[in-house]
Structures are given as C-alpha cells and as structure tokens.
Design a protein around this ligand. Structure first.
Ligand SMILES: Nc1ncnc2c1ncn2[C@@H]1O[C@H](COP(=O)(O)OP(=O)(O)OP(=O)(O)O)[C@@H](O)[C@H]1O
Ligand SMILES: Nc1ncnc2c1ncn2[C@@H]1O[C@H](COP(=O)(O)OP(=O)(O)OP(=O)(O)O)[C@@H](O)[C@H]1O
Ligand SMILES: [Mg+2]
Ligand SMILES: [Mg+2]
Lengths: 254, 254
C-alpha cells in the first residue's frame, strides 16, 4: 500500500530537497520501493540526484497537465529501489495556469490514482517554497506531510501558518491528511539559538516532532554537487547517519 | 533621486531578508534615507526588525491592492533613517488574485510613483522565494536588482534562469532594469564547496559580482531573534562589518 508523503514548508532553504533525497535514499537501502516526484520548478531533487533532462523530456509538468503517462515519465536513479519523476523549469508556468483550470487543486491527486503508482511503498513530493497551487496539490494528494524546520529564528515563524493551511486542506479536500512529523534540520549544538529553537519545537509541538534531528553537516551540502545522496557520498558522516535514523524511525511508527 | 532595488532570488533561504535588513541599516547609518517594502507573505523583514502588526494594520498588501496610502502605511524603525512598509500574510492572496487583475504586472510600479516616496534615497523590495506575480511586480518597478547567492551547490543552479527572467522583464516592462550585483552569502572559507562556488561566480559573472562577500556568521542568524539589524546587535562582528563594506561599495559606485 503506497504512502504519499509531501515534504513542505513555505520558508525557503530549510532542507526540503535535502530531506526528500536523503530520506528516500535511506528507505531505498532498506529495500522499500521509493519514488520521488520533483514538483519544484527549481528541480533540485532531480539535479541533486545527478540527473539532467532536456526541455522536451517527460517531467512532472507534462505528467500533471499534459498527456505523459507515469510509465513513460518515471526514470531510475543510482539506487536500485529509488526512482524519480523529474522536475523541470516548465513547472513555473503551472502556478499561473492553475488559477484558470477547473478542479486545479486535485489535478495531482487524480493523476496519482494511476495503478502504475501502486508498486511503490513511499512516494515523496518535493515542494517549492510557497503555499501556491503546486504545494496545495501536493497536500491534497498526500497521506501525510513531513515539515523540515531549520533551527533558526525565521523558520519557526511560518510554522503556525503552515499548520493552519493544513487544517484548511483537511476541511476542504483531504480529511485524512496527517503530519508525518516536524523534522529539525541544520541543528548546530554549539549554537545557542539553534538549541533554543529545538527546545521551542519540543515544547510547542511535542507530539509532532521527530526524535531524529538532522545536524548541520558539510557532507549534506557537498553530496548533491556529486549528484549523489549522502549515503553514496559519505555513508559514515553524521549527515548520512541522521537520515538513516530518520528512515528507521518512520518505518518503526509505520 | 530615489533608487529602487529589488532583492530577489527564487532559491529559498539564500539571505534575501538578511541582506535587505542589514544593507538597509548600513546605509541608514550613513545617513541615507532608506525604506524597506516587505513584499514577502512570510513578512520576515518586518519581524526581523522587531515589528509585529495586527491583521488589520496597514501593510504592503493593502497598499498594493487596497486603498491605503503610503503615508498611512509606512512606519519608523529603531534607526532614524530607516523606515518600513510592513509585510503581512495577506500578501499570499496576491499571487492568485493578480492572475485575474488587468495590468497586474505594473501595480507596484504605479503605486511607487506616489510623491511620498521621493524623499527616500533607497527603497529595498524584499521578495519571496519565487518568480510569481509578487517578484515580477518588484522587478518591473525596480531600477536594479541585488541577487544574494548562497555559496552552495543548489544556489548556483537557479541563477541562469533568474538572469533570463530579467531579460524578459527588460523587454516587456522595464528596459532600464540593471543588476546591482550578485552578492555571495554564507561564505565559509574553510569549506571546499563554498570556495568553489565563489570561484565559479567570479569566473562566470566577473562584471556582476560584488567585491564584498558575506561570511556565514552566527550573529546574522541571532540578530533577528532580538528584532535588530546586526549593526545594533553586534557591530564588531564579521556579519555586521561585511554589510557595512557592502553599503560603502554600493555608495562608491553610485
Ligand atoms: N543539514 C544540513 N547541513 C548542511 N547543509 C545543509 C543541510 N540541509 C541542507 N543543506 C544545504 O542548505 C541548502 C538548503 O537546503 P535545501 O535546498 O535542501 O532546502 P529547500 O528547503 O529544499 O530549499 P528551497 O526552499 O529553495 O526548495 C542547500 O544548499 C543544502 O545543500
Ligand atoms: N551570512 C549568514 N550567516 C549565517 N546565517 C545567515 C546568514 N544569512 C542569513 N542567515 C540565516 O539563514 C536563514 C536564511 O536567510 P534569510 O531568511 O535571510 O533568506 P531568504 O532568502 O530571505 O529566505 P526566503 O527564501 O525564505 O525568503 C535565516 O535563518 C538567516 O538568519
Ligand atoms: Mg528545495
Ligand atoms: Mg526572506
């Protein structure tokens, strides 16, 4: 039974793509069949896996609004159990086009009903840094949402607005939408503010926060420049270990 | 003669807000009359200056689409020569509403023609992490655009797309739009990737890159949690010094 997880936060640069790539890779090495849908026009999940596609190649945009099927759009990655539906810059057009299409909030939800997706254990939706039509489509389609939160001042601010948006999505389109968890990212244990933000997250969202905390670790920034998940770049690093722990935590809770 | 500078990059978390607040503050202590327009629905420039406004208070959204004037919307900050037109979450509605308004690309440009803005030497437009209607309005209204680029792999990727977007804006709405400069941010001299990205920026964009480089510095993350520009939080820090240098560089080139 496939589990669709949206990775979302309208605050920019909090680790949505880094979490999508590395959590998906960590689950793939546990032999879960995992698919990443790169919904961000920046297509960082695609380039972070070392994949570059031509403008005319099948991508999430054509899959969503065009006539490309899942079968012809999904491509393999460097890991046996990890596949990708690549993103492209074309997706930037979706935001303004969707405003004029009827039922535009449920486009992705309908497309994900295709039987071709049933073979996956997890489908991760990497979202852009906004709460526009792309992210709304992801939240409408998802069983749960994973919220990376950088351990910095500005990152805490937007969290309550995101949780309110989830309430709206539940009421209007997706009553079963859960929070997979709040994931503290770029945590620096030597930094007072970092510790304060983590303490605040534990205090205000005790039942939502993951036990796993992702440290600020240089390998997480370097790995995408080699087109690899951190697991294939430096498996012993704290960055790689922290995502393996997160994958184990998610599998344990089921 | 007022100079309108958009601070933009669709990549999230690269230091747009941090640059807006601290460059504006550095110019204000040089006794330039500076205004910040917080165009981001996250309203981080507003909270980063320690300002919180009620839902009904005048904000950029009402100024842009409602009937609030500049005079009644602009508020003082903790620095004599720095003022703010505060942001609010209402701005999130602008993206979908603008798609239906005629001439929606030039709404801000028209509003900035108000004589109330003539008294400012610099007006900074803090943009959200996308190239939607909000950022397009900023680019159409601006004399120049300042592009913060984090010294990380993903941040380089989106730069060529942003520069292409600027070309489109020049052709369609704003022929005089210049690049104020590309500003390397969060530079860590001990980090190989950071040095490589900086070297790449210098090689590919030699005539656009600033001499000033903003280092990764903990005070830049801490200052907004005290509602202060870094200059008022820790003036001797490398973070504060780097933005003072940037202000001097911009004033020298004129
Ligand atoms: N734990 C970490 N330690 C060090 N660097 C990290 C970590 N997580 C992410 N990074 C780096 O920080 C930057 C931002 O991360 P990422 O791009 O994954 O965030 P995002 O939320 O997907 O951004 P956007 O909002 O633009 O989509 C990237 O350059 C990434 O390599
Ligand atoms: N030079 C720096 N050194 C250390 N931390 C920094 C630096 N510049 C910014 N930061 C921190 O990094 C985070 C991202 O910066 P900021 O919010 O200014 O980026 P942004 O581009 O405005 O993000 P968004 O895309 O969400 O608008 C913030 O928590 C900020 O405090
Ligand atoms: Mg991303
Ligand atoms: Mg910002």
């Amino acid at each position: 039974m496939k589990k669709i997880v949206a990775v979302a936060n309208q605050k920019g640069g909090v680790g949505k793509t880094t979490t999508t790539i590395n959590l998906a890779a960590s689950l793939a090495v546990e032999e879960k069949n995992v698919l990443i849908l790169d919904l961000d026009p920046q297509a960082n999940s695609t380039s972070g896996l070392g994949i570059s596609i031509s403008q005319s190649a099948p991508s999430t945009y054509q899959f969503l609004v065009g006539d490309r099927s899942a079968e012809e759009s999904i491509i393999p990655s460097s890991l046996k159990y990890l596949s990708l539906l690549p993103g492209s810059i074309n997706m930037a057009g979706f935001e303004s086009e969707a405003a004029k299409i009827r039922g535009s909030h449920q486009l992705l939800q309908k497309k994900l009903e295709d039987p071709a997706f049933e073979k996956y254990d997890f489908i991760f939706l990497d979202c852009p840094p906004s709460l526009g039509y792309i992210t709304i489509n992801a939240l409408v389609s998802a069983h749960s949402v994973l919220i990376p939160v950088q351990c910095e001042f500005f990152a805490l601010e937007g969290l309550s607005h995101l949780l309110k948006t989830l309430d709206r999505i539940r009421k209007q389109w997706n009553p079963g939408l859960n929070v997979e968890g709040i994931l503290p990212t770029m945590f620096d244990r030597r930094n007072r503010l970092s510790n304060q933000v983590l303490a605040d997250l534990k205090k205000h969202f005790p039942e939502m926060i993951f036990k796993s905390v992702i440290p600020r670790n240089v390998t997480l920034g370097e790995a995408p420049s080699y087109g690899k998940p951190v697991l294939l770049y430096d498996a012993l690093s704290r960055g790689a270990q922290s995502y393996l722990h997160l994958a184990r935590e998610i599998l344990a809770y089921g």
